[in-house]
Design a protein around this ligand. Structure first.
Ligand code: SF4
Length: 272
């Protein structure tokens, strides 16, 4: 018999939507049951860099200097690396040194890509919520800029690698839903999306088009409807695959339930 699940969250975020599309069971564990996901080095680094860049752009334009950015790093580490993170990562001096090195590289990468003193941000860590095609969407935008001609641009910081073209259709998925959210919440559709891969000093830019935004909104609406049906049923199907399970925090949970989760690449390589 299917379990009675906790209530659904009131809203759907683009990252949870991505979870749902990758594997509905992952959405169940993360968003409905709120099972904890241990911190990883990559997520901790990302949070520290986002913290630094958020607070840098909150400064008055003239104060957004490289030395101001460097001065923000220790406080950002203190804010992010708490007891839970230390326990999850086995945080020691070597890891602390690696984190500082990689955060410094990412911040320097950002500063090489744009001069923050020129940034005209209309919102930083901007929290928006609205119904998008009937689906309650909640998003927090890294930055929403307005240029001299009055056009809006969504800016999203990335601390991972630039994705290969194989994943092209996913690369802008979250930010295109942010654009739909801006339209619904602010009554204005951004014209451009910029993804800043700060660790690699690479930028991916795409214009926003109505047709794509309508498709993203429809996909979110369809997913929200399916989420409601699975929730009523008390069971979100697992869709294990090598690519989705590879970095999933819930491998052990699924294995315990007899779900055929593919082994991680290293383990599989040793059995070939
Ligand atoms: S381990 Fe695989 S099947 Fe299980 S929740 Fe994660 S992605 Fe889905």
């Amino acid at each position: 018999m299917a379990a009675v699940l906790p209530p659904l969250p009131a809203a759907l975020s683009p990252s949870r939507l991505q979870d749902f599309h990758a594997c509905p069971r992952r959405y169940q564990y993360a968003a409905v049951e709120r099972r904890p996901q241990p911190a990883t080095f990559a997520t901790v680094k990302g949070r520290v860099v986002h913290h630094v860049l958020e607070h840098l752009v909150r400064e008055e334009p003239a104060a957004r200097t490289s030395s101001a950015a460097a001065a923000l790093v220790p406080a950002a580490e203190d804010a992010v690396v708490d007891e839970g993170v230390r326990a999850d990562l086995g945080f020691d001096d070597d890891l602390r040194a690696r984190l500082r090195r990689e955060v410094d590289e990412a911040v320097a990468g950002y500063l090489a890509m744009e001069d923050p003193r020129d940034v005209r941000a209309e919102g930083v860590e901007l929290r928006l919520s609205a119904a998008v095609d009937g689906a309650p969407i909640l998003g927090i935008l890294d930055r929403l800029d307005r240029d001299a001609d009055g056009r809006l641009t969504i800016v999203d910081y990335k601390t991972g690698s630039v994705p290969s073209r194989t994943w092209d259709r996913y690369t802008f998925a979250n930010t295109e839903l942010y654009a739909a959210l801006c339209q619904a919440a602010l009554g204005e559709l951004p014209t451009t999306i910029r993804l800043l891969y700060v660790s690699q000093r690479a930028e991916a830019t795409r214009p926003v088009t109505e047709v794509v935004i309508r498709a993203r909104a429809a996909a979110a609406s369809h997913a929200w409807h399916a989420i409601g049906e699975y929730h009523e049923r008390g069971d979100f199907p697992a869709r294990p695959s090598a690519s989705t399970c590879r970095f999933c925090a819930y491998r052990a949970d699924c294995l315990a339930q007899g779900i055929a989760v593919p082994p991680p690449p290293t383990a599989r390589a040793t059995t070939l």
